[in-house]
Design a protein around this ligand. Sequence first.
Ligand code: HEM
Length: 126
Amino acid sequence: MGVSSTFFDRAGGQPFFDELVENFYVGVESDELLRPMYPKDLTESKSHLALFLAQYWGGPRTYQDLRGHPRLRMRHAPFRITKRARDAWLVHMNEAVAKSSSSLSPDDRADLLAYFDLSAHQLRNV
Ligand code: HEM
């Protein structure tokens, strides 16, 4: 692929993000601290996160069409994101990346992990 390819394309498109998010939510479902923050039915939660990530990494702007501007800090304001909650979220996401990223180059995998680490730190609100 040429120099202008996006992470989204290199990762394999939407199926990569769908699988990543499925794996992430397996961790959330068994997490006593995080699970109660999410709705009972996780279908929409999965779809919003997968579409958001796809858009962020250069895919189609479907998230924006459905949900508007991401405003992640504002959307997370209703939840108590303590250091412990943030760290739990990151554990599940790091595990999901480990499971889902066999097709990523080392550089892309490192960029993805660094992005999650930084954005999770920014979303701590307690
Ligand atoms: C730091 C720990 C985090 C916690 C505890 C957390 C928790 C949550 C919860 C409870 C929801 C609501 C789910 C729903 O109503 O369906 C949510 C939504 C969302 N979160 Fe997080 N989150 C965290 C970090 C992140 C990070 C780092 C990102 C992005 C890289 C992110 C992206 C999103 C997106 C895109 C949504 C859906 C927004 C929408 O409604 O359109 N979250 N999060």
